[in-house]
Design a protein around this ligand. Structure first.
Ligand code: SF4
Ligand code: SF4
Length: 307
């Protein structure tokens, strides 16, 4: 049986701050995963375990009962999801989330680029509530946003502003995504890394750097490429490979000194996922999937994403 909760509800229930709950989830202390709307799901016995830890009685609140309640409620209310002309929803599936905005402006105060070319996260949320999808998609604001989530972290109503920014980015025609971002995504999908560096060039460079290290400071060093069973798989920023290859050696020296068991993959080694920034979930998923495949193929247990 699953337990469904909102971060704010859980925080109130256990008398801690919302950020504490989020930290628990991120750290795995609270084994929950994202559910529908702005809710989370976790095994009911995990909820019971938490209650026990806090010395309180759990109240039964399973996902089935919540879903039934939601269905009953939605049956009574005429809820129209906001959609853009192409039929693609900009907002998260649960249209009620933005209605919870208090227009308090806390997000605008927290945003490090608030005011730059008129950007204001509160304004963006209000536009979304008002269904101004076309204006939002045409706007440059979501592309100026750094996706730092400071607005979301400070929002008393838990509005998912960062997700909204990504949704708006993702809804823009791909041909009109800012060129450097779009080019990096397509290059990565087509050729395996953001700069299209061929496999043999990458492997040659790594081996060459390894030989330099062995000769200079790390006797016996050999760059581990495609080492099956290595403990750590490391991804690399293609810009470092292209522009500052010597910077890779700093990492390698540390691993060598620590006696770490690690490896690079000869393919799909890119560590920068521009699909995240372009709002392209499909591309992001493909790039992540490749890294997961590398983990499985090489039987590694730890992934290091320096980017
Ligand atoms: S902080 Fe949250 S509730 Fe306040 S204006 Fe911003 S989005 Fe709305
Ligand atoms: S995620 Fe964007 S809108 Fe929110 S605080 Fe960061 S830069 Fe500002």
């Amino acid at each position: 049986m699953m337990y469904e909760f909102k971060v704010s509800e859980m925080a109130e229930e256990f008398g801690v701050h919302r950020n504490t709950i989020r930290n628990w989830i991120n750290a795995g202390t609270l084994p929950a995963k994202e559910g529908p709307g702005r809710k989370y799901l976790m095994e009911f016995h995990e909820y019971e375990r938490l209650c026990k830890k806090f010395g309180r009685e759990p109240h039964l609140h399973s996902v089935d009962s919540v879903s039934n309640r939601a269905r009953e409620t939605l049956g009574e209310i005429d809820v129209e999801p906001l959609v853009i002309s192409g039929g693609k929803s900009v907002l998260p599936e649960d249209p009620s989330w933005a209605d919870e905005c208090l227009t308090c402006g806390t997000c605008a105060s927290a945003c490090p680029i608030s005011g730059v070319d008129g950007l204001d996260p509160r304004k963006i949320v209000r536009m979304a509530v008002l269904g101004m999808d076309k204006e939002l998609i045409e706007s440059s604001w979501p592309w100026k946003c750094t996706l730092c989530s400071k607005c979301e972290e400070s929002c008393p109503a838990n509005i998912q502003i960062t997700s909204l920014m990504r949704k708006i980015r993702g809804a823009r025609d791909r041909a009109r995504v800012p060129e450097p971002i779009h080019k990096s995504v397509t290059m990565c999908l087509e050729r395996g890394n953001n700069l299209g560096i061929p496999k043999e060039d990458f492997v040659f460079l790594c081996e060459d750097l390894g030989e330099e290290l062995a000769a200079d400071e790390c006797p016996g060093f050999k760059t581990p490429v495609d080492v099956h069973g290595a403990r750590v798989l490391i991804t690399v920023n293609s810009k470092a490979v292209f522009g500052e290859p010597d910077s890779l050696k700093w990492w390698w020296k540390i691993f060598w000194a620590a006696g770490e068991s690690w490896t690079l993959s000869s393919e799909y080694w890119e560590g920068v996922n521009w699909g995240l920034l372009s709002g392209d979930d499909e591309a992001m998923q493909t790039v992540v999937g490749r890294i997961v495949d590398n983990m499985k193929r090489l039987n590694c247990r730890v992934l290091l994403l320096p980017e």
